[in-house]
Ligand binder design. Structure first.
Ligand SMILES: Cc1ncc(COP(=O)(O)O)c(C=O)c1O
Length: 419
């Protein structure tokens, strides 16, 4: 914030950006992304060897990915499209991993042709389908197996992926994961080099990560005893939460790194394995701020006050989809004392399109700029054109300079694919 109470990011006045590029506008700060990456390297360096693999689904924008590829991160992708986005952003294909519970043959072929470093097998059918695709390869294809460790997590049910009742991964419980590891080890053309699990997202419990490390270490030991596979890579997924509102619980990186890696170090079979950590939100979430214009205010006496803005679920569906909670500030009056509790309503024609259910703000005037910090992950990549609204522009600030990295869509863009 500057002396006039204007919010600044990377030295740049956010309200100026809103004037220049229009709203809604997403603004990323490269320095914040670099700092987050550095914090990861500091936390995991003690537990070497490790790789940080950016879960590019969090923000596949080239301008954002480039910041992380330049730092030497790997990329973790959930589709062929994300592999291609990672390549555009400067990640080396050999340093990419492809996940997905329903990869099509087209995607598998595309990933192999691209030279993606690791395919993460998810499902018995995929072993068979992949076997057909690699039959004639001179060198085997290095793969991981995605497993489900049966570990719950204190987050929204839609954000849990490591529980037994999940579409992702072969359950360790009951022996399915071990059976699939055996099946891969017996498949010509496939080389099982790693195991992978991901507990879910926006997590903050060290014990769950310790359980994850232990589950993967145990399975790696069992798989190596039962097959000739040499499991030398352990992917522990991502999921570390970030604070989006004052008082939000979070887990510090040092405790996270210690919890997940200690069980791996303590077992002989996995002591030297490379740990792959796949953060998305905790690398880019805090680097992004969404800017909206206040359009109007509706007061319902004794019930609620709605401050409506010119964006909403079309550019950030997370509050409507799974109750994500944010805070907000007025970009030109960031230091003004709050005067009322309000809901921030989106512009889309759905009652559920409320960006924030309850936030304390100074009385907002039409035309003022409202900033929602912590919007860097999973907002723009999930954006839609609902209500035929073009998606927002995105700006990246680096070295005190703002650069447009994604232009605002036009109406012509919306209708271009129509025939
Ligand atoms: C396999 C996998 N890895 C990593 C991530 C990144 O999670 P987060 O952004 O919470 O760090 C996800 C997100 O859903 C995922 O599915």
């Amino acid at each position: 914030m500057d002396r006039e109470g204007h919010l600044r990011v990377g030295g740049v006045d956010l309200s100026r950006l809103a004037d220049r590029y229009g709203t809604p506008l997403y603004v990323y700060d490269a320095a914040t992304i670099r700092a987050a990456h550095r914090a990861y390297t500091l936390a995991f360096a003690k537990h070497r060897p490790y790789r940080i693999s950016y879960a590019i689904k969090a923000s596949p924008l080239r301008g954002v990915g480039r910041v992380l590829s330049a730092l030497g991160a790997d990329a973790s992708a959930a589709s062929l499209g994300e592999l291609l986005a990672a390549k555009r952003a400067g990640f080396a294909p050999a340093r990419m991993q492809l996940h997905g519970n329903a990869k099509t043959d087209e995607e598998l072929r595309g990933a192999i042709a691209l030279g993606a470093g690791r395919i993460v097998i998810d499902g018995a059918d995929e072993i068979e389908r992949l076997a057909r695709l690699v039959r004639r390869r001179a060198t085997p294809l290095s793969v991981w197996l995605r497993v489900s460790p049966g570990i719950g997590a204190d987050t929204h049910p839609h954000l849990r992926t490591g529980v037994l009742d999940s579409k992702f991964g072969a359950p360790i419980e009951g022996g399915e994961a071990l059976a699939q590891a055996r099946s891969i080890a017996l498949t010509k053309g496939l080389l099982l080099v790693g195991l992978h699990a991901h507990l879910g997202t926006q997590l903050h419990e060290a014990e769950r990560y310790a359980e994850l490390g232990a589950a993967l270490a145990g399975l790696a030991g069992d798989a190596m005893a039962a097959t000739r596979a040499k499991i030398r890579e352990i992917g522990v997924g991502g999921g570390l939460g970030i604070p989006l509102r004052e008082g939000d619980r979070t887990l510090d990186l040092a405790s996270y790194a210690a919890a997940v890696s200690a069980p791996l170090r303590s077992r002989a079979e996995t002591a030297k394995a490379t740990l792959y950590v796949e953060p998305g939100r905790s690398l880019v979430g805090r680097s992004g701020v969404a800017l909206y214009r206040v359009v109007g205010t509706k007061r319902i006496g004794g019930v609620r006050t709605y401050v409506s803005v010119d964006g909403g679920m079309g550019d950030n569906i997370r509050p409507a989809l799974y109750g994500a909670e944010y805070t907000a500030l007025l970009a030109e009056r960031a230091s003004a004392a709050p005067q009322e509790q309000v809901a921030i309503a989106g512009r889309y024609c759905e009652s559920g399109d409320v960006l924030i259910g309850d936030v304390a703000l100074p009385t907002a005037r039409s035309g003022e700029t409202l900033a929602i910090p912590g919007s860097g992950a999973y907002a723009i990549p999930m954006a839609s054109n609902y209500n035929s609204v073009p998606r927002p522009a995105v700006v990246l600030i680096d070295n005190k300079r703002a650069r447009l990295i994604r232009a605002r869509e036009t109406y012509a863009d919306l209708w271009k694919p129509e025939r």
